[in-house]
Write a protein that binds this ligand. Structure first.
Ligand SMILES: [Zn+2]
Length: 407
């Protein structure tokens, strides 16, 4: 059966009052929105005052300079083009699991309403009226990520079940057993760990995973446990939290292209064609507080070159990962170690003499040996020490945010 057309594109049509969404219509909208921004008085008074006040075609976007993460950190307030009174929400590094310099990103009420609308469209691919949805995202106060997702779930007639992050496995299992949620929204590894901890006694059938990359071994295990494909989402503070989400074809993530122009670049800064892996660069034409021009996200992926089976016209991102240039890749370790059946979670720390791995497991006495063997196969010339402990109910997931090598 042909998959249903993406809910995201229906939402774009409603939001932008477009009858039929085609590629030329979408690109006309992007160019006109970008030129409105470039010529607006607030924009011309702010950080980007040296940019031209219009470009003739989207292909000229690549002539504009990049915005780096350091520039965003140092110029956050100057990059906001709305008045102080119109700032509804500020998100800084404190609420994020990402590394890097401190950044502040501002949002207006309109930005927040758009994000809720986008979330509702994306979440509606996997849940509908009457469902219960466990939300395992940070609870960071009014208009925070958890609250926006909850608002989107409520808009669909579904019920949000609060989990947040930082609870013990025992507490999460209690929430899961007493609420029997149909769906899950959160990071992939904590869901994987919780399911492994709980065994077979869980109700979740569908999962929208976000906020961290998903190791292949974890995806395989989750698909097997849930009985459905995963619903990946990509977003960051700079995209307005929501950025791209899968459709019912489960092949890449359709970009919120009425609000975001995406490019992929090589390390030398030149644009790469669709299908090539490189750094994702975003121009957030739809954000009214803090639109960014050619912002280098530090995330790596491709724009998928082929048409989606859903028939949609919005471009899609492939799987997203961060390029760390570390001698040890946590993605490779994740893939190797989460294949070990008794492993619930692990963390890795860099020390003066090598790396320390600490693992939580389900009862295998030999797990440290299994981990050591798997690591040695990947990195025969690097020194690792491995310790482990039984994953008792009071234990918590070893990372609150994105998985990374602790230094
Ligand atoms: Zn699609």
């Amino acid at each position: 059966m042909k998959p249903e057309k993406t809910k995201l594109e229906n939402w774009i049509c409603e939001t932008e009052k477009i009858a039929v969404l085609t590629r030329p219509v979408l690109e006309d909208l992007q160019l006109s929105r970008l030129n409105s921004l470039l010529s607006s008085p607030a924009f011309r008074r702010g950080y980007y005052s040296n940019l031209p006040n219009r470009i003739e075609s989207l292909s000229e976007l690549s002539s504009l300079p990049f915005t780096t993460q350091e520039e965003l950190s140092e110029n956050s307030r100057r990059m906001a083009i709305c008045s102080q009174a119109d700032i509804k929400r500020i998100i800084s590094d404190v609420t994020s699991g990402t590394t890097g310099p401190s950044k502040r990103v501002f949002y207006t009420e309109t930005d927040i309403m758009h994000t809720i609308g986008f979330f509702a469209a994306g979440i509606s691919e996997m849940c509908s009226n009457g469902d219960k949805v466990l939300i395992a995202m940070p609870q960071s106060g009014p208009s925070g990520l958890f609250e926006l997702i909850s608002a989107a779930v409520l808009r669909l007639g579904a019920t949000p079940v609060a989990c947040g992050v930082g609870k013990s496995f025992g507490e999460m299992a209690d929430i899961m057993r007493s609420n029997r949620p149909d769906a899950f929204i959160g990071m992939p590894v904590p869901l994987f760990s919780l399911i492994r901890f709980m065994g077979s006694d869980f109700s979740v059938k569908r999962a929208l995973i976000s906020a961290d990359s998903c190791p292949q071994s974890v995806e395989t295990a989750l698909v097997r446990a849930l009985g459905t494909k995963l619903f990946p989402h990509y977003g960051s503070r700079e995209t307005g939290l929501g950025g791209a989400v899968t459709c019912s074809a489960h092949s890449g993530m359709h970009i919120r292209e009425n609000h975001i122009i995406a490019e992929i670049i090589a390390p030398d800064g030149f644009a790469l064609p669709d299908g090539s892996q490189g750094e994702l660069v975003i121009t957030t034409i739809g954000l009214s507080a803090m639109p960014l021009i050619r912002y280098r996200t530090g995330d790596f992926c491709c724009i998928m070159p082929d048409a989606c089976a859903c028939g949609g016209v919005t471009k899609r991102l492939g799987a997203v990962f961060r390029d760390t240039n570390d001698e040890v890749s946590i993605s490779s370790l994740d893939d190797a170690l989460f294949s070990i059946l008794q492993l619930v979670d692990y963390s890795i720390k860099k020390t003066d003499s090598g790396y320390e791995i600490f693992a939580l497991h389900l009862g295998s006495e030999n797990i440290a040996e299994e981990i050591r063997a798997a690591v040695l196969a990947l990195y025969p010339n690097i020194s690792f020490s491995v310790s482990s402990d039984l994953c008792l109910p009071e234990r918590k997931p070893l990372y609150l945010g994105k998985r990374h090598i602790i230094s």
